[in-house]
Write a protein that binds this ligand. Structure first.
Ligand code: BG6
Length: 306
């Protein structure tokens, strides 16, 4: 089974590669849904053959808030301005978190709420490859005055692979931050563990204190919001049911986030109980690892999730 479907939720146009709200992809390895807004992959289910029953099982590698998705669809149908979707892999760029000098600017930058162009779709024996681009435009220039081009290649095969290139198309160097703000599913956050950050220093964003990760595994028993630096870029998220492996290249920061009970109530786009169902492990270059890209130069990053 192999298919790619462009969908729109606003009936005034027929969906195609240049005009769509979401793409649904299915091939022998996986099923995926990608929103044009933010070039944001919302779900990725890996197909797995069950040797005992001969049936095809699937494993979800990403989590998405149903409430946020519903709000997004309602906004699209009513021609309202859409918000960032909470789930899958939003891309934070060109800053991470609040803007450093202007609190009125959107948290995590503009890339996750911009409409990207789908430049190409290819299918091979390895699955589907999609190439999205985002260039500076009047909206981005109003808040960040740099000519740029982001190229995001999403490969949906046995694994989910993301490759990002950030190109400086201007005449002067710029600094920027980026994060793949991935939402991963867990069976229950209290039983989830993250491996791969032992010995790394982190800024606890809740206390503004810096610590070193002593234990091999990160566990969760309260709101957690940490920026780890000088990381190795290889992680394992596991609970009693499944494990998800994340491998990156050139991402020197990692953010670990779960809003827990009280913050979830303030988010407005997540069901009250949903804090138990996900953890964010964000592969990034932020704060002291922000990027400095010379005029005409590019920087490249990748992440594989399996
Ligand atoms: C994380 C930040 O990356 O994103 C948190 O570390 C923040 O501080 C979270 O609350 C969610 O951000 P947003 O803008 O998607 O609500």
């Amino acid at each position: 089974m192999s298919a790619i479907r462009f969908k729109t939720f606003n009936s005034t146009f027929t969906a195609n590669q240049h005009n769509f709200d979401v793409i649904e992809i299915e091939n022998g390895f996986c099923r995926a849904v990608i929103a044009r807004q933010g070039a944001q992959i919302l779900s990725f289910e890996r197909k797995m053959n069950n040797a005992e029953t001969d049936a095809v099982d699937s494993k979800s590698l990403l989590w998405c808030s149903e409430l946020s998705l519903q709000q997004f669809l309602d906004d699209l149908k009513s021609d309202r301005k859409t918000k960032a979707i909470r789930g899958g892999i939003p891309l934070c760029f060109p800053w991470f978190g609040g803007h450093p000098t202007d609190a009125k600017l959107p948290a995590h930058g503009f890339a996750r709420t911009q409409l990207w162009n789908l430049t190409s779709v290819d299918e091979s024996a390895q699955g589907h490859q999609l190439l999205f681009t985002l260039e500076n435009n009047s909206v981005t220039e109003a808040v960040w005055q740099h000519p740029f081009c982001l190229t995001l290649r999403i490969s949906c095969g046995k694994q989910l692979r993301m490759a990002l290139a950030i190109e400086n198309k201007g005449d002067t160097a710029f600094d920027c931050e980026f994060a793949w703000h991935s939402y991963f599913p867990v069976n229950a956050i209290e039983n989830a563990r993250i491996d791969g950050l032992q010995g790394k220093k982190f800024l606890d964003q809740l206390t503004n204190q810096t610590y070193v990760q002593e234990h091999v595994q990160i566990i969760f028993d309260q709101e957690t919001d940490r920026i780890y630096q000088d990381v190795d870029g290889h992680y394992l998220i596991q609970d009693e049911r499944q494990q998800i492996k994340i491998d990156t290249n050139h991402c020197q920061s990692a953010i670990v986030w779960n809003p827990w009970i009280e913050k979830t109530k303030r988010l407005g786009d997540v069901d009250a109980q949903a804090w138990r169902d996900f953890v964010c492990l964000e592969c990034a270059n932020v704060r002291e690892h922000r990027l400095h890209i010379e005029a005409g130069a590019s920087a490249e990053f990748s992440m594989t999730i399996a």
